[in-house]
Structures are given as structure tokens and as C-alpha cells.
Ligand binder design. Structure first.
Ligand code: HSE
Length: 366
């Protein structure tokens, strides 16, 4: 029986992964071992079957006995533990939601509805590390994978509207605290201009909670995500190009760039795309390609009622659907297509590709 270890299952991505695995009845026919960094000997999650007491996530002997390790613990853990396991000659599979090994030559970024062929080839050629992609990149590829599949994309700019969840659980809580502080000012007797003045004062005041974001997000936005790079991009913006091309396994890289912006959505990332096509193609054919690429993408008609009903974080949060709408040719020319897409950052953006690659690796080993 396969021995599969789960590390970091209590954090935000880890708990969404557990939720999805339980929903899909994924826990069967293997020995599931849960690890901890703080509660050794404690009780694991309720997964509908008995599991041993929690094991030490830093115990290399136990880790090295696993056939598959699934971690949502974060990059620092990966960077510490993975090389140690490799040094011991560990031959198991490493499935990781963090970015620690993402760009390594001997790792594959997993998004199987888009790059199943790349994954299958990796399994065949003995690749052992399978890493979840950056959420924005994965969600963009889930949305318009059909255009890449048909080799129609010359370049893309993606202007993002990224949710608080991408920055972490503390940031989600801080966003709500900011909303609460603003909400406390509400007074229907005041004019809109008076209300705005009070809210702006509150946002600029010392008491406004900005410990995690470093700036107000509620009632505002932050056009900076992750570290600065020499190129003038942020690291999040750099990932658009690097990871898209790695996921697709392109031989001639497709340029992808844009500005990544944090907005006050809770857990859905949105993106406004400008796509330069390699050639002009009729809009209905392009829409058909987009809609047919996978089981989760859903084309939203380019009209106001459909857009308001289905193309927003409020409509998509907690679902696996990846709507893409506002699709039209641009005034820039017939080869320029625009679209807007939304996706749950914790599902297709993080936990779901990990859940699915685990099943693919299990199938490969069976
Ligand atoms: N880096 C992303 C963000 C989330 O900050 O929204 C993880 O892919």
C-alpha cells in the first residue's frame, strides 16, 4: 500500500485541499500520514478513516519512508527539507503548493487540464517533483488555454485584480478589519462627500490596520505584489512570463507581462487580458476554442446582465468554475482580443491542481 504524507494541511491552502479531498472521497487505498511542526503526537484531520498520530514534519526518517509527500507548508520548509531528502537518496514523489522548487529544471508545474501531456512526459522520464503554479498564471491558463492550445497567442498582457487571500490568511483578516473600520463610519445622514472625507481620514489615520498589507486595501488598492526585480517588474509580474511558458513547455517563449494589483476581493483573482493573436480569426470560433478547452471554463456572454450575474469574485468564490467574459475584438485591430476572467485563488489557483496531481501520481504508481 502506498504511504502518502501530508504536511501543512492545516494552513489556508492545506485546509482547502483537505476539504476538496474529502468532498471527492480521495482518501482510500493508501496509508495517509499527517505531519505537524507544532503538535507531534496529536490527532490528524477527520478524513473518514483512521490515521496515525501526527508525525514530526522535520523527521527525515519518516519522510524518507514515504512514496509521496504532499506539502502546503510553504517555501521555507521545502528549501530546508527537500535537499535533505534528496541527499539521502529519497526516490519518492514531492508534490508542493509552494513556489520553492517551481522553476527548477527537474520540476514540473502542474495544471493538468492545460498541461497533462507535459505531466505525463515528466512521469515517464522520471521527474519526481510536481509543483503547483502561481495562482494568477494557473487561472489565466484555465480561462484561455484554448487559445494557447490552438497556437494562436503571439503575446498577452494581463492586468490583474488579485484578492487578499493570495497574500495570506492574516491579510484576509486585515482586509475585513479595514472594512469594519470603514463601516463603523457609515451614517446615512451624511452626504456622500462628507462620508468620503471621514473615510479618507480614517484610512490615513494611525489606527487604521495596515500591519500586513502596509497600506489601506479596503476602499483603495495596492498596485504592487511581491518583491521588486531589476527589470522594474514585481516578482508576481515576472511569474506571468516564466511560469506560463514553463507550464506550456513552449520552445519559443510567449511574452506575457502586465501590472499586478491587489484589490479588496477576498479569495478570487480577476484579470483583464489583452491578447495579440498570431492571426485574425472570427470571434465565434475564438469563443468556441476558449469554451471547449476544459470542463471548468465558462464563457459569459458579453452583456451587462450576464456579466453582473456571473463574472465577479462574489459570483465565483468557493466554486471551481472559471468564467471568462467581456470577450471582444479591440479597436486596436482584428488580431487584438480582450477578455476578463475570474477564478477562485484557493481552488484552481492553489489546492485543486495539487489534489489532481496526487491522483495522477497515484495512478502512475498503481
Ligand atoms: N502570489 C499570489 C498573490 C498568490 O500574491 O496573490 C500565490 O500564487
Amino acid at each position: 500500500m502506498l504511504k502518502i504524507g501530508f504536511i501543512g494541511w492545516r494552513g489556508m491552502v492545506g485546509s482547502v485541499l483537505m476539504e476538496r479531498m474529502i468532498q471527492e472521497r480521495d482518501f482510500h487505498d493508501y496509508e495517509a500520514i499527517f505531519f505537524t511542526t507544532s503538535n507531534i503526537g496529536g490527532k490528524g484531520p477527520d478524513i473518514g478513516m483512521s490515521t496515525p498520530a501526527l508525525q514530526d514534519a522535520y523527521d527525515l526518517d519518516i519522510l524518507a519512508s514515504l512514496d509521496i509527500a504532499v506539502t502546503c507548508q510553504g517555501s521555507d520548509y521545502t528549501k530546508k527539507i527537500y535537499p535533505e531528502l534528496k541527499k539521502r537518496g529519497w526516490k519518492g514523489y514531492w508534490i508542493d503548493a509552494s513556489s520553492g522548487l517551481r522553476m527548477e529544471n527537474d520540476s514540473i508545474i502542474v495544471l493538468d487540464p492545460v498541461n497533462r501531456a507535459v505531466i505525463d512526459n515528466g512521469l515517464k522520464t522520471g521527474i519526481k517533483s510536481y509543483i503547483g503554479g502561481n495562482c494568477t498564471v494557473s487561472l489565466m491558463l484555465m480561462a484561455i488555454g484554448g487559445l494557447f492550445e490552438n497556437n494562436l497567442v503571439e503575446w498577452i498582457t494581463s492586468m490583474t485584480y488579485q484578492a487578499a487571500s493570495g497574500a495570506g490568511a492574516n491579510n484576509m483578516k486585515e482586509l475585513v478589519a479595514q472594512m469594519t473600520a470603514i463601516g463603523a463610519i457609515n451614517n446615512p445622514d451624511l452626504s456622500a462627500v462628507e462620508l468620503d472625507r471621514l473615510i479618507t481620514n480614517e484610512m490615513r489615520g494611525k489606527a487604521f490596520p495596515i500591519e500586513f498589507f502596509g497600506a489601506p486595501l479596503a476602499g483603495s488598492l495596492i498596485p504592487w505584489i511581491d518583491a521588486a526585480l531589476e527589470s522594474g517588474q514585481t516578482k508576481e509580474e515576472w511569474k506571468g512570463y516564466a511560469e506560463t511558458n514553463k507550464i506550456l513547455g513552449t520552445t519559443t517563449p510567449i511574452p506575457v507581462d502586465g501590472i499586478c494589483v491587489r484589490v479588496s476581493a477576498m479569495r478570487c483573482h480577476s484579470q483583464g487580458l489583452t491578447i495579440k493573436l498570431k492571426k485574425d480569426a472570427p470571434l465565434d470560433e475564438l469563443i468556441e476554442m476558449i469554451a471547449g478547452a476544459n470542463d471548468w471554463v465558462k464563457v459569459v456572454p458579453n452583456d451587462k446582465p450576464s456579466t453582473l450575474a456571473g463574472l465577479s469574485p462574489a459570483a465565483v468564490s468557493g466554486t471551481l468554475t472559471v468564467p471568462v467574459g467581456r470577450i471582444r475584438k479591440m479597436k486596436l485591430g482584428p488580431e487584438f482580443l480582450t477578455a476578463f476572467t475570474v477564478g477562485d485563488q484557493l481552488l484552481w489557483g492553489a489546492a485543486e491542481p495539487i489534489r489532481r496531481i496526487l491522483n495522477i501520481v497515484i495512478e502512475h504508481l498503481s
